[in-house]
Design a protein around this ligand. Structure first.
Ligand SMILES: Nc1ncnc2c1ncn2[C@@H]1O[C@H](COP(=O)(O)OP(=O)(O)OP(=O)(O)O)[C@@H](O)[C@H]1O
Ligand SMILES: [Mg+2]
Length: 362
């Protein structure tokens, strides 16, 4: 049988199908392939990643190996994984952003983006928006969705603390911010950008700009769903979110007390005024369920969630019982807890409403 001689072009052609799982662009196109050495039927390549310890490392490695071994005449492939130099990273970032200096719109904000946005809102503070955002995000990730969280509470950020990652500093690749990754999802919060315990002192326009940066300057990769944890009430930031994300859906959180319900309705009215669809209402801290007898105690009253849903013409999607958050260092409920199960159900209900299918097999 005639020997097939393997060429560099054939190697590059085969590798073209391998995508960087983060940016969803070919590793050839993104100049991530270097040092191709062909020795008869043996091929050695080096692939460079943006950051050391990239979590996608083994995924890329496997795909590169498969691609190389699919080339006729190749029987052995060795893959070395390296890290980009600063210049390579600059070029990489420029390619993702588009041309240097050119105003680019984040792929997530483009009209044809398939990412679903859900803003978690409430009329007043402390009802559990951030807790709902975080636990719902984890439930979606567990179902196999690619999830991002924007902590849009620029003054009162709490998402990193809920996830127990307050010490994390996200990597910055040539001014492109890599979101923090934990629990299988991606997070950006103002917390990561302010020196410890310093208050955020910007006003209106700066806040809007920061929020836009959370999309524009952050390399999110592809996401199925993006949750936004809004600050309480109906202020500037909520309005900025509404303006920036015309397709965003709104999830209203309330407590079961009927007085709280009136306030929650206001957040809903605001969403309606800016033509955002309200996808439903979550009643948080709905009741306490005794672990021994299973009996429910309605410590904060009853009926608030149903009342908000009716007033806004939407549905009460979940009632999250009061639970012990302090059991761990995070604000996340264990998956097998009553609350964990309620969030799992909620994620399934929302996915169904949004006709979404998981992207990842879990
Ligand atoms: N179902 C629950 N069971 C027990 N504690 C809860 C529950 N939901 C929230 N909490 C606790 O209530 C407090 C307020 O919750 P959270 O910070 O999520 O509210 P928020 O609406 O985001 O507040 P803010 O308006 O300040 O942003 C937190 O200490 C949180 O741990
Ligand atoms: Mg909050």
């Amino acid at each position: 049988m005639a020997k097939v001689s393997v060429t560099e072009d054939a190697v590059l052609e085969a590798l073209r199908v391998v995508e960087d799982p983060e940016v969803r662009r070919s590793i050839v196109e993104m100049d991530m392939v270097r040092h191709i050495v062909i020795d008869g039927s043996k091929v050695d390549v080096e692939i460079v990643l943006t950051i050391r310890g990239c979590p996608m490392r083994s995924v890329i490695e496997d795909q590169v190996r498969d691609a190389l071994l699919s080339i006729p005449g190749v029987t052995m492939a060795t893959i070395t994984i390296g890290t980009m130099t600063d210049e390579e990273r600059d070029r990489f970032a420029t390619k993702i952003r588009g041309k240097e200096g050119e105003e680019t719109v984040s792929p997530l904000l483009q009209a044809d983006s398939s990412t679903k946005f859900i803003a978690v809102a409430s009329g007043k503070g402390g009802v559990g928006k951030s807790t709902v955002t975080a636990n719902l995000a984890v439930a979606f990730a567990r179902l196999g969705y690619r999830v991002g969280i924007v902590d849009a509470d620029i003054y009162g950020f709490s998402i990193p603390n809920i996830f127990g990652i307050a010490d994390v500093k996200p990597a910055v690749v040539s001014n492109l911010i890599m979101p923090a990754q934990t629990h299988g999802l991606k997070i950006v919060s103002m917390h990561f950008f302010v020196p410890e315990n310093r208050p955020v002192i910007w006003r209106g326009p700066m806040l809007g700009k920061m929020l836009r940066n959370f999309f524009q300057e952050v390399h999110w990769g592809e996401l199925d769903i993006m949750l936004l944890d809004l600050p309480p009430g109906t202020g500037d930031i909520a309005l900025d979110v509404h303006n920036m994300l015309p397709k965003s859906l709104e999830l209203i959180v309330t407590t079961p007390h009927v007085n709280a319900a009136d306030v929650a309705v206001r957040a809903g009215y605001m969403a309606q005024q800016v033509k955002h669809d309200i996808i439903g209402v979550i009643e948080n801290m709905a009741y306490y369920q005794c672990g021994q007898c299973g009996e429910k105690a309605y410590l904060f009253g009853q009926g608030g969630g149903e009342q908000v849903a009716q007033t806004l013409g939407t549905q009460l999607l979940a009632q999250i019982p009061l639970g012990e958050i302090g059991a761990s260092t995070t604000g996340l409920f264990a998956p097998e807890s009553l609350q964990g199960e309620a969030f799992h159900e909620l994620a399934m209900t929302l996915a169904d409403r949004l006709a979404m299918q998981p992207s990842v097999t879990v």
